[in-house]
Design a protein. Structure first.
Length: 209
């Protein structure tokens, strides 16, 4: 299928049958895992017949890929909105650096641990699914392009270098954020503090220095 994005907050009235199927599949994955996905029960629970599900997603595997890609996309939305707002509110190079630093504090916080775990779960699922990997790559590129767009006024004002590939930096930084899941559980407070400080300094240096 084409885009797997389902933005329920923008939908007026009832969800379409395809959107209901995707939402229910995401719910099953998050409560019982991929192994619990059964296409016929999901179709009937959503008030449609199995052929409608198969027309939309092709197969059980296609349904899982669509649901996992959508989980991945949604997992970054809050952090991205936070970052975009802080970028737009900067009135100087120094303030932009400080605002991005503040955004990274939030992105690395315990509050975001579940989102990091979710992203790691989807990335793990993509290791044996080339089609899902392609979806994740596209989602990361879309977010990187959105960040570059928000940076453009700062580039035009000379706060950020025109010579840097900020899209590549954004994708790399997302990889750093994703790796935070490896220390989320069991690491000492000192280790977490050092990890956050080193990671934040590396990201800020890549953007500004």
């Amino acid at each position: 299928m084409g885009s797997v994005s389902v933005r329920t907050e923008a939908i007026e009235g009832e969800l379409t049958s395809v959107q209901r199927i995707l939402e229910r599949t995401i719910q099953v994955i998050e409560t019982a895992g991929e192994a619990a996905i059964r296409t016929n029960p999901i179709a009937f629970e959503c008030g449609v017949t199995p052929p409608i599900l198969y027309r939309a997603f092709g197969s059980r595997e296609g349904l899982i890929i669509a649901a996992q890609a959508e989980r991945y996309r949604r997992s970054a939305e809050v952090a991205m909105s936070y970052l975009f707002r802080y970028i737009s509110e900067a009135n100087s190079r120094e303030q932009l650096r400080e605002n991005i630093s503040t955004s990274l504090d939030f992105i690395f916080s315990e509050q975001r641990a579940e989102s990091r775990r979710l992203r790691a779960d989807v990335i793990g699922s993509s290791m044996s699914r080339p089609e899902l990997r392609e979806h994740l790559i596209r989602i990361d590129k879309e977010y990187a392009a959105a960040i570059v767009e928000r940076y453009q006024p700062a580039v035009e004002k000379g706060w950020l270098s025109r010579e840097k590939d900020h899209a590549v930096i954004a994708i790399w930084a997302q990889g750093v954020v994703n790796s935070r899941v490896m220390v989320d559980k069991g690491a000492s407070a000192e280790t977490l503090t050092v990890w956050d400080d080193l990671s934040k300094r590396a990201i800020l240096s890549a953007i500004f220095d």
